[in-house]
Design a protein around this ligand. Structure first.
Ligand SMILES: NC(=O)c1ccc[n+]([C@@H]2O[C@H](COP(=O)([O-])OP(=O)(O)OC[C@H]3O[C@@H](n4cnc5c(N)ncnc54)[C@H](OP(=O)(O)O)[C@@H]3O)[C@@H](O)[C@H]2O)c1
Length: 267
């Protein structure tokens, strides 16, 4: 276990999930994690678990090796005006804030502070996030520690920052896309005769099994499809009908539409 101190500035949904994951996975004890927000009532309960809870951002930042910025994009500027002068070159700043580039973050600092962008998804709440990380000035040691933080909450991948918007669509928005698949599969199951909760259980566990075959067996989706599609059988008939209706094409077009939209928003 490391001796580092982490402050999570803006302990809302994501910040609380991050804090819980770090402690539950034994990366750091709760006493090494400082949580800040302006209204403390809703996180008071975390104090008894050993976290430091405060509304004093400057004090929290000055006591930390790693500062994780978890506020909403529109709250960033006011926060940075408050804390920027308290952050030194020895520290690492991690931003999970959607759509704020390393260049924009860098403008707040006169010295060469290490800044790392992180794009997790909502499965971080259960330690199953896919988190993409990008930095232009992070040393190997600093990046490795931040990777270990997010590895305690799922899987991580270090990417070029130019791919951050694509990572947002594929990984963060991706949760919504897979949820829609699960809902549609459940509705198909209901139409075939299952009760909703039965249909959902079958759809969800089947999706987990499919993902696990690729993850654990390092298999390829098409190899697994070939194993299920008996010649002239029901699976190939259904699969081909889905493709005639544009299944793969609809998915790719949806991803690209989200991608174009995020580029427009961040222009
Ligand atoms: N949710 C996701 O899946 C996801 C994925 C990737 C990235 N993100 C990004 O993560 C960030 C946080 O998302 P979230 O869902 O956790 O938002 P959230 O629940 O609204 O949390 C933001 C927190 O920041 C606090 N805050 C605002 N200004 C502050 C300040 N000056 N000092 C201290 N605390 C302050 C707010 O509490 P008070 O009002 O009490 O201060 C609030 O609890 C966003 O920028 C989002 O784009 C989210």
């Amino acid at each position: 276990m490391s001796n580092k101190k982490i402050s999570i500035i803006g302990a809302g949904n994501l910040g609380i999930s991050l804090a819980k994951g770090i402690v539950q996975k034994d990366l750091l004890p709760a006493s090494n994690v400082i949580l800040t927000r302006r209204h403390l009532e809703s996180i008071e309960w975390m104090r008894k678990d050993g976290y430091t809870i405060t509304d004093q951002n400057v004090d929290a930042v000055s006591k930390s090796d790693v500062v994780i910025l978890c506020v909403q994009p529109q709250q960033l500027n006011m926060l940075m005006e408050e804390i920027k002068d308290s952050i030194s070159r020895d520290q690492t700043v991690v931003s999970v804030i959607t759509g704020v580039s390393l260049e924009e973050l860098g403008k707040y600092f006169e010295n060469d502070v290490t800044i790392i962008r992180a794009m997790p998804n909502t499965a971080i709440a259960i330690g199953e996030s896919m988190t993409c990380l990008a930095s232009e000035n992070g040393s190997a040691g600093k990046m490795a520690f931040v990777e270990s933080v997010f590895n305690s909450l799922g899987e991580t991948m270090v990417i070029d920052e130019r791919l951050m918007q694509a990572a947002t669509v594929l990984g963060a928005s991706g949760i919504a896309f897979f949820m829609r698949y699960l809902r549609a599969a459940t509705q198909g199951g209901i139409q075939m005769g299952f009760h909703p909760e039965e249909a959902q259980k079958i759809a969800v566990q089947t999706a987990r099994g499919a993902a696990s075959l690729v993850i654990l067996d390092k298999s390829h989706p098409e190899v697994e499809i070939d194993k299920v599609t008996t010649p002239q059988g029901c699976t190939i008939e259904g699969l081909n009908e889905m493709e005639h209706q544009g299944f793969s094409s609809a998915l790719i077009k949806g991803l690209m539409t989200s991608f174009h939209k995020i580029k427009l928003i961040n222009q």
